[in-house]
Ligand binder design. Structure first.
Ligand code: NAG
Ligand code: NAG
Ligand code: NAG
Length: 593
């Protein structure tokens, strides 16, 4: 009886043994089920459908303006109106002191723009413009690594606005792209665009609108080889005569805005002291990311919105998230999306006032470490464990499950005498857990004030919490049935001897791995084991430089990104960047990825 309950939770037929069930790759997320069509099914055996995207909306929103998650998933699926507040200082490296008369790229951090600081000679220095906003700049943010000059999806969402279609072969056509984007934006309430590569950058359409510009002559560093500001470099910077009419690069390994005359890799000597990873901005890695660019989530567009962009459902079918892109979008959907973005740039509907980013973050905080802990415990099970070791592991897991579910454990929820045939008794708990953050919003007078974008986010939150609650509640029930909480439920004597904790641990393991793979939260994307040293060092004096030279062995966790070891070989299109520890002080090009 006990085993059949367990099997039912697993969703497999009664004729297979638990152990077999545990070895079957998780089927938990492939059952036909569409949340939007069937909000009334509260059976813990019913998993979300394979084409569900709510969890992807949830995690993409949770990742906005953060470097780390958008380095892994570089094919952006969102376009979001954003504002840069007045008084924000931005940077533009170039070869003269002139204010650009055509669209150009701005770095959010001077470490990035200094790579483009050029001059005629070391003696005459190089030029960096400080560009300060004097009013709110209105931008559109492309998520992912939209400035990675790669043909396999990173630039898809821009292409839709720049070319009216996805044009992979134009991935190097940066001058044409920025001109087209600004041409499209001309009659709209849009000053420019935001995207990410090594750091965030702004594509500003008109340097006479909304900003003041000051040219600063910086010390150009003498270098052994060709490099920014160095002698014999020739014209450099994105606006150099002739060369930059079409900002193309002979090698994808080159950074943007980079003069491509004589080098096939970034001039790392442009970085102070060749400090490599230690000196490049990496402080927008995690939540909340770069907050100088403020997104308006009430007006976001997501290509994971299956109502807005139904044609991509079939394109994504059977594809890992890393392969998702916008190639294959129907021309009808494309027109709808562009029209929608054009409308949204004009809208001033304030929306509901709900702080979606905080709500999403709360849910991630609430579950991420606990789920990770459960996974860690279950991943340490071993076939040679004794029965008592297994018992201790199982009890540990049960404690974690209870901690997650405590706020939803209604006093009326109790397993019946003969629970083997049904898990219905746990439904009120599952339901409370799954709707706790969304029920009020969904059913109150707030609901009509939600914009379509907010409804999409609400659905993402609901889909995500619902699935977490389904799996965690199911695992908890499973533990109860195995007799882990004898005060609450005691399996009958005959069942007792049947209880197979190995099978319980195996099926739990399948479930936790399945859930975490489905959620795929970037907070779990880290170096395992952790790297030697995780704090950045500031170079503010010779003394510190001396000290840090002693600390050459220090490590940091790093995700391969364009142009460092990514995109230099176009055959590597499909690879999935994974974090690894690298030596902090080594120059970038010392690392072979
Ligand atoms: C909102 O409520 C409706 C009606 O009760 C339900 O069908 C739907 O699933 C709910 N949506 C969310 C996101 O909670
Ligand atoms: C998911 O989408 C694919 C492609 O459109 C379709 O063939 C499949 O039946 C869908 N699955 C479900 C469960 O709706
Ligand atoms: C699970 O354990 C294996 C073997 O020890 C290890 O390689 C793997 O990284 C672990 N997975 C997680 C998610 O901890």
């Amino acid at each position: 009886m006990l085993l059949s309950t367990v099997k039912r939770f697993l969703g497999f037929s009664l004729s297979i043994t638990l152990l077999e069930a545990a070895q079957i790759p998780l089927a938990a997320h492939s059952t036909t089920y569409n949340l939007e069509n069937d909000g009334n099914s509260w059976d813990i055996n019913v998993a979300p459908g394979e084409n569900t995207t709510g969890h992807l909306v949830f995690e993409t929103v949770n990742s906005f303006m953060q470097h780390w998650p958008n380095t892994r998933y570089r094919n952006g699926h969102s376009i979001v109106p954003a504002v840069v507040p007045p008084g924000t200082v931005l940077y533009h490296g170039r070869r003269d002191a002139n204010t650009p008369t055509s669209p150009e790229w701005l770095a959010t951090d001077p470490e990035h723009s200094y790579m483009f600081c050029r001059g005629q000679s070391v003696e005459s220095g190089c030029w960096q413009l400080t560009v300060t906003t004097v009013r709110p700049l209105k931008l559109l943010y492309f998520d992912g690594s939209a400035a990675a000059k790669m043909p396999d999806g990173a630039m898809d969402s821009q292409d839709i606005l720049a070319y009216g279609k996805v044009v992979p072969e134009k991935y190097r056509g940066e001058r044409e792209r920025i001109n087209n984007l600004c041409e499209w934006a001309k009659d709209l309430n849009v000053d420019g665009f935001v995207r990410m590569e090594m750091d965030f950058e702004i594509m500003l359409c008109d340097f006479t609108q909304g900003v003041i510009v000051e040219a600063i002559n910086l010390r150009a560093r003498a270098r052994g080889g060709p490099g920014p500001g160095g002698p014999g470099r020739g014209p450099g910077g994105p606006e150099g005569p002739g060369r930059h009419l079409d900002k193309t690069f002979p090698s994808a390994k080159l950074p943007p805005h980079h003069d491509n005359s004589d080098s096939h890799s970034i001039d790392f000597s442009a970085l102070p002291n060749s400090g490599g990873f230690a000196t490049f901005p990496s402080w927008h890695r995690y939540y909340p990311g770069d907050t100088r660019i403020q997104l308006d989530l009430t007006r976001l567009i997501s290509f994971y919105d299956t109502n807005l962009v139904p044609s991509l459902v079939v394109e994504r079918h059977g594809q890992e998230r890393i392969k998702h892109r916008l190639l294959g979008i129907s021309s009808e959907d494309l027109r709808t999306v562009v029209q929608k973005i054009e409308e949204l740039t004009e809208v001033s509907d304030p929306g509901s006032g709900i702080d979606w980013a905080t709500l999403i973050r709360l849910i991630v905080k609430r579950y991420s470490e606990r789920l990770e802990m459960v996974q860690y415990i279950l991943n340490s099970t071993n076939p040679s464990n004794s029965a008592s070791e297994n018992k201790a592991l199982a009890e540990n897991v049960q404690v974690q499950l209870i901690a997650m579910l405590q706020p939803y454990m209604l006093s009326t929820v109790k397993p019946p005498q003969n629970p083997a045939t049904s898990t219905e008794w746990v439904t009120p708990m599952y339901k409370l857990c799954a709707t706790t953050y969304t029920n009020y919003i969904n059913t109150s007078s707030l609901r009509p004030r939600l914009t379509p974008s907010e409804n999409l986010i609400l659905d993402g939150i609901h889909t995500t919490t619902r699935e977490i609650c389904r799996v965690v509640t199911g695992m908890w029930v499973h533990g109860i049935m195995a007799g882990l909480e004898p005060d609450y439920y005691k399996p009958s004597a005959t069942d007792d001897s049947d209880i197979d904790l190995v099978a319980l641990l195996d099926s739990w393991k399948e479930h936790i791995f399945g859930l975490m793979k489905w959620l795929d939260w970037s907070v779990w994307l880290k170096c395992r084991p952790a790297c030697g040293f995780e704090v950045f060092i500031a170079f503010f004096s010779e003394w510190v430089m001396f000290l840090t030279s002693l600390l050459d062995w220090q490590e940091m966790c790093y995700l391969p990104m364009w142009p460092f070891g990514r995109g230099s070989d176009e055959n590597h299109e499909s690879d999935d960047p994974q974090p690894r520890c690298v030596r902090r002080m080594a120059p970038f090009d010392d690392h072979s990825f």
